[in-house]
Design a protein around this ligand. Structure first.
Ligand code: APR
Ligand code: ZN
Length: 374
């Protein structure tokens, strides 16, 4: 290949400072040892990218955002053994290095080599592969997918089935395993159970899909944007609630609707108030509350301490508690076998150069997921 070993000049979206994203010409260096250079085919836009660009999640600027990417391996550095040029891959922000304490533990899924909490914006050797106008640009979450080419560590790359459709499979990199996995893998939602999902965006919608696939008999959806309700119903939500239109706190309404409280409550907003409401919606004895949303830094969750004793479970969950590089390729295969339908989540697609329009649609709450195509 004529790009092998060379710096590639291509287009990328750079967040120069908070709330200032611009498409620029960038130089992308070849991968070093243990690294992979990927030609992106599509990328999702996720709430976490938005938070990073707004500075809600602390980031080193300027950086190239994006983590929910699908692409083709362009070249590999030395010591890379799990992928080769031409392979179809996904970039995974919660990686699986297979060496750290978390990866070696049977239940551990929060790989110590993740670079989100906190984000250094650097490769493992402390350097960067992107340059724009002579200035080095930071990476984000060791993924950076709002670019035609990216360089990432091998441990963030999952090789997927050659038959995967590269225009929407990017949702399998984050939204689907995060939401669907929270229901089927972390909570293990039981047939006939009652679930509530706070937040009916990309993640919440995937949670609803997982609850429905697990045979939940009732799925209550909570969102302050009622435009989300018709699509949520189509995915399996049986009752929709807008807390802003209720006379009582939403958790009280849910308790009254269900008499005993829900079996499973999922929070997919990322705010302490909705986390508390999810917790208080659960059955006191056997209810399980799963926190999927990422709260802003330094926020606190204040629980009535005595009400823990009856037995409720409060659990955090990140990418569906999957060992990502082992399990996400299997989810892709399930999709190809029509066992999971991600098409309902991919409501919009736009060419990469319309990234600002994609964010406008996202902020206006018009999309479940808008995918950018390269
Ligand atoms: N109560 C209920 N719903 C709310 C509230 C609220 N107070 N505030 C916002 N919402 C709704 C929004 O209207 C939107 O439909 O939450 C939804 C969030 O959806 P997205 O913006 O699409 O975010 P998503 O990508 O789904 O991520 C949700 O999960 O992984 C985390 O970091 C992510 O914390 C974020 C959360
Ligand atoms: Zn690890």
């Amino acid at each position: 290949m004529d790009t092998l070993g060379k710096t590639i000049t291509c287009r990328a979206a750079i967040a120069w400072e908070t709330n200032s994203l611009a498409i620029e010409e960038v130089q992308v260096e070849p991968p070093k040892a243990g690294e992979v250079r990927i030609k992106l085919t599509s990328t999702g836009i996720c709430n976490t990218d938005d938070h990073a660009m707004k500075g809600i999640l602390p980031m080193p600027f300027p950086f190239i955002p994006g983590h929910e990417g699908a692409g083709i391996v362009e070249s590999i550095g030395t010591e890379v053994s799990s992928v080769k040029p031409g392979d179809k891959v996904l970039t995974i922000a919660i990686p699986q290095c297979r060496e750290c304490n978390s990866c070696l533990h049977v239940k551990g899924t929060f790989c110590e080599k993740q670079d989100i909490l906190p984000c250094s914006g650097l490769m493992m050797d402390g350097t960067r592969r992107f340059t724009c106008k002579g200035k080095k640009i930071y990476h984000s979450f060791r993924t950076s997918t709002f670019t035609e080419y990216t360089v990432v560590p091998e441990f963030t790359v999952a090789k997927i089935d050659d038959a995967a459709p590269m225009d929407k499979i990017c949702l399998m990199s984050c939204s689907v395993p995060t939401g669907y996995g929270a229901a089927v893998n972390s909570a293990k939602v039981t047939p006939g159970s009652i679930c509530v999902v706070f937040g009916l965006g990309g993640i919440g919608s995937a949670i609803v899909m997982g609850c429905k696939a697990s045979g939940a008999s009732r799925i209550i959806g909570v969102d302050i944007n009622e435009e989300k309700f018709p699509r949520a119903r189509a995915l399996g939500v049986t009752d929709c609630l807008n807390p802003q239109n209720l006379k009582k706190p939403v958790q009280q309404v849910i308790k009254e609707m269900t008499v005993v409280g829900v079996d499973f409550a999922f929070e997919a907003v990322g705010l302490p108030d909705t986390m508390l409401a999810a917790w208080d919606s659960c059955n006191l004895s056997y209810g399980v509350c799963l926190i999927v949303g990422l709260a802003p830094p330094n926020t606190k969750l204040c629980l009535g301490a005595q009400k823990i004793t009856p037995g409720r479970t409060l659990k955090g969950v990140c990418i569906g508690d999957y060992k990502t590089r082992d399990c996400i390729p299997q989810l892709v295969t399930c999709y190809l076998q029509n066992k999971i339908n991600i098409d309902l989540l991919a409501t919009h697609q736009l060419p990469f150069d319309q990234i600002h329009k994609a964010f406008e649609l996202y902020h206006a709450g018009k999309v479940i997921r808008c995918i950018l195509l390269f």
